[in-house]
Unconditional design. Structure first.
Length: 193
């Protein structure tokens, strides 16, 4: 039976992948502690951090779609993180570890389970859903996941958030699709949803 969310815990390529699943969870917990320490716990709600939990759950529990969605967003997250670090002129050592390390872990995991070429749809829905959650649960001043206003680089282009959001949502479609197609090209199309 073809299950859209994967065969949980079944036929993973060895237990090494499951053991490695503890690493993204450890990175997430460290970053959460760090944000609590500096008084900005809402920052843990950034997609890049929560995607580490998604990756961990996929690796430990055998959720191939979770691994694929995570890998797509962890790849997307690296250039977005670099642009943001440049824009705000701030870069934490732990951020380097979590973004680059998370991306490498995501690539390792997706190489183990395969790329189908259709996970970009779930990756798009994941982000739009998570963006909505962060809009309801985070401080608007922090603008986590661009859930409250355009990025400061683009604020002059939009009159309001609601003129920005459709552009953001539409931009995500080719972004997730192209990253997954890049993964397919690099690793080959294999696996099943």
């Amino acid at each position: 039976m073809n299950r859209p969310w994967g065969e949980w815990g079944k036929s993973l390529p060895g237990t090494a992948l499951q053991w490695w699943g503890a690493v993204p969870l450890s990175i997430f917990l460290y970053r959460w502690w760090q944000y609590l320490d500096v008084g900005t716990p809402d920052w843990i709600m950034y997609n890049c951090h929560v995607t580490m939990v998604l990756l961990s759950l996929g690796m430990i529990g055998g959720g191939r779609i979770l691994i694929r969605v995570s890998a797509i967003w962890l790849v997307i997250g690296v250039p977005m993180w670099l642009i943001d670090a440049w824009a705000i002129q701030e870069l934490w050592i732990a951020s380097i570890f979590s973004h680059l390390g998370g991306c490498l872990l995501g690539l390792y995991a997706v190489r183990q389970v395969g790329v189908t070429g259709t996970s970009w749809k779930a990756a798009t829905l994941w982000f739009l859903g998570w963006q909505l959650v962060t809009r309801w649960t985070t401080d608007p001043a922090l603008n986590v996941n661009l859930a409250h206003s355009p990025h400061q680089l683009f604020q002059a282009w939009f009159d309001s958030y609601w003129t920005f959001w459709p552009v953001c949502a539409l931009a995500i479609l080719p972004l997730t699709w192209s990253v997954e197609q890049g993964l397919v090209r690099a690793m080959g199309r294999r696996g099943q949803e």
